[in-house]
Design a protein around this ligand. Structure first.
Ligand SMILES: Nc1ncnc2c1ncn2[C@@H]1O[C@H](COP(=O)(O)OP(=O)(O)OP(=O)(O)O)[C@@H](O)[C@H]1O
Ligand SMILES: [Mg+2]
Length: 373
């Protein structure tokens, strides 16, 4: 459907924004362009609807060179969701959505029907929202109107430039689900730009990861996970989400746990099972059994064991908590509770990381952006 052949763009004769991009987007495919700030994502997108002309190479749609299209018609047939929503501020929601249908000279009734249908598709009640102005909408509502405005003229291709970037994490997740559902229904060819690797992994059929104007890897999400083409890709994809599972037991364990007790305190009431007992200088003595005697306990975790192994060990054992023993000392306990708390506290910071311009970025990406900009 959309083909890039050796496409480059140089601004002012010196800024090489895009270098020899080569890819093919299939009809109905959800294709994601991702990469650090300034790597050429928006420039690549704008070349598809000729808001920017390539300096070299050829872009074609269904085999026809873009230069052979009438530029106006091309734009009408390619929906475009801008990086900064860009609703016309003095026009109502209906008027905003109707721009392309009117240019295409649809009848009034047909346009009105289409507007209502689109508003309903993104859960905005037409009666309530049709006549509002953009600044009478929340950020998320504006983004939704931005998306359906791009769909209004029933284009075959939809270009979306970080359409959810200004949203809070909850609205963002909501809209991500909406767009995934929408795509199943409408089966447009979508080229979607994002900074967020999780978003890309969730939505994309294929991902093109860019760096300094070049494509460093193009493939399905699982290919990025399973066979990253370089250290850069690995770092980009791995992120903090992976590191959590490699955290050593010593970082995850509770050092002051209900599941551990000094031998002199054993008689205190209501300890939970299992209860691990230490003696002088925290020397590990064993587990308190139901008869009240301390028995040996062989299933020990060493402090450097990675979390993913610890989880398997806890799961395979009959105990809800395991002792972490260093040398002969009981240094902590790994319980279901501590594992869940750790994973929760260290989950990828969806919505929490923001770059200099206030844009939300993914933890790992923030790192790579810092390195390359
Ligand atoms: N009209 C322009 N004139 C000169 N340089 C430009 C122009 N548009 C973009 N650039 C430069 O081209 C490079 C790529 O910009 P582009 O907007 O494509 O990046 P991006 O990947 O979309 O970044 P971001 O994630 O920050 O939106 C940047 O170095 C940018 O400064
Ligand atoms: Mg951009």
């Amino acid at each position: 459907m959309i083909t890039f052949q050796d496409v480059s763009k140089t601004f002012s004769g010196q800024i090489e924004a895009v270098k020899k991009l080569d890819f093919h987007v299939e009809k109905g495919e959800f294709f994601v362009l991702i990469g650090p700030s300034g790597c050429g994502k928006t420039t690549s997108l704008k070349m598809i609807n000729r808001l920017v002309e390539p300096t070299a190479g050829t872009i074609s749609i269904d085999g026809k060179d873009l230069r052979d299209f009438n530029r106006q018609e091309l734009r009408w047939n390619i929906g475009y969701v801008l990086q900064q929503i860009g609703l016309f501020p003095t026009m109502t929601v209906s008027e905003n959505i109707a721009v392309v249908p009117e240019m295409k000279k649809w009848g009034k009734n047909e346009t009105k029907k289409r507007i209502d249908e689109l508003l309903e598709m993104v859960d905005l009640d037409p009666g309530t929202y049709r006549n509002r102005l953009p600044d009478e909408l929340s950020g998320g509502e504006q983004q939704r109107v931005g998306v359906i405005r791009a769909l209004a003229g029933n284009p075959d291709i939809l270009l979306m430039d970080e359409p959810f970037s200004t949203l809070d994490p909850i609205s963002r997740e909501h809209l991500q689900k909406d767009i995934a559902k929408l795509q199943q229904k409408i089966k447009k060819t979508i080229v979607f730009v994002t900074h967020d690797i999780e978003e890309a992994m969730q939505l994309a059929d294929r991902i093109c990861l860019m760096r300094q104007g070049e494509a460093v890897q193009i493939g399905r999400p699982e290919e990025f996970r399973n066979s990253p083409a370089s250290g850069f890709v690995k770092k980009f994809v791995g992120g903090r989400g992976m590191d959590v599972w490699n955290a050593p037991a010593s970082e995850v364990m509770e050092t002051d746990s209900q599941h551990m007790v000094g031998e002199t305190m054993i008689h205190a009431p209501s300890f939970p099972a299992p209860l691990y007992v230490f003696g002088d200088q925290r020397r590990f003595l064993g587990r308190l059994d139901p008869t009240g005697t301390v028995t040996t306990h062989d299933l020990l975790v060493s402090p450097e064991r990675p979390l993913h192994e610890v989880v398997s060990a806890v799961e395979a054992s009959e105990f809800d908590a395991l002792p972490v023993v260093e040398g002969d000392k009981l240094v902590g306990v790994l319980s279901y509770r501590s594992i869940v708390a750790y994973i929760h506290a260290h989950r990828p910071e969806r919505g929490l990381c923001r770059d200099g311009s206030g844009r939300r970025v993914f933890g790992s990406l923030r790192q790579s952006t810092r390195n390359t900009v």
